[in-house]
Write a protein of this length. Structure first.
Length: 177
């Protein structure tokens, strides 16, 4: 019986250190950012909103090459995804908008924006201006504000986001005190 090869172990520190080494400008969002604020819910991927200027997308493409990134496509095996003729460069990343990748250190989702409760779009610069710096080992990351994370989960409305909201709202209330 043929079976799918094992997915790479999730190593967020490796992904983040490669992005840092390539000087990729991004704001960490989603479950990994929520954990940095103290949320207990685990996550199995990294979500970030990169600066979409061409030079930064070029650095991001180089980081993705180092991480052996390939697109994650629903219903497609990792081996099939490796066969896709995807050229990893700034122009390709810009044309994709948001995209999901599998790397040799686990999943990485690149988002163009976060949406708030009203549906308004918040791109890199707006998120960066409200972001919070945090040191993870030798890497300084920018976390989306906890309010931006909460509102993006409210907007998304997926079951896993709705389940995470009570804890995140509690953290937000504690942050306000």
């Amino acid at each position: 019986m043929e079976h799918e090869p094992a997915q790479p172990l999730f190593d967020p520190d490796r992904i983040l250190s490669v992005l840092d080494r390539h000087k990729v400008e991004f704001v960490l969002v989603g479950g990994m950012a929520a954990r940095a604020y103290g949320a207990a819910r685990t996550t199995a991927d990294i979500d970030c909103v990169p600066n979409t200027d061409f030079d930064n997308l070029d650095r991001l493409a180089n980081a993705l090459v180092e991480l052996d990134a390939r697109l994650r496509v629903a219903g497609m095996s990792d081996d099939e995804a490796r066969q896709l003729p995807v050229r990893l460069d700034a122009a390709t990343l810009a044309s994709f908008g948001s995209s999901t990748w599998m790397t040799n250190a686990g999943p990485l989702d690149l988002l163009v924006e976060l949406r708030d409760t009203s549906g308004a779009r918040h791109r890199y610069m707006a998120l960066f201006q409200r972001s919070v710096p945090i040191a993870v080992g030798n890497v300084i990351l920018r976390l989306a504000s906890l309010r931006d994370i909460v509102e993006s989960k409210e907007f998304a409305g997926r079951v896993k986001d709705l389940e995470a909201l009570p804890e995140l709202r509690s953290l937000l209330d504690n942050e306000a005190d």
